[in-house]
Write a protein of this length. Sequence first.
Length: 167
Amino acid sequence: MDGTGIPVVKKETGGRQGKLEGQPSHTREVKLGCVFTQTGWDQEGYPIRDSDSTTYTGAIETAAEFGKRIYVEAWKRGWSRAAKKVVMGDGAEWIWNLAEQHFPGAVQIVDLYHARQHLWELARRLHPNDEANQKAWMKIHQGRLLDKGGSKNWCPRFDPLRPSIRK
């Protein structure tokens, strides 16, 4: 699951607050979901997705409405029969709220792209105004914590910092 802003005509943003205070919105958030089946693992340990199993759903709607939409799609696709259930997202709170509500017990994973983005945010907060130390910190931690499969161990280690890195 993910959401992104898309440009719309002015009448579609009437009364909506923009990103800057006092400015009107120029976009609306479209929420998107993808449901697929993983068929196994390759020789390097990466998941193999059954490409013919992928379906997509999306709309410009509230998180609550989208939660019902993605739940119905997953249910039609056999969610109840899945041996292992996973919800993947970008770390946005609305996604984890929907995962808890509609997919309780599912493994929740922040996708690698956004995990790297969040790790960079942490580096910037740990070393403000110090780009050299940010890069050095990332060089050490990105490979160990994300790229080599150590991500399951890093979240609890940085949990005390969580309130300071939340948006």
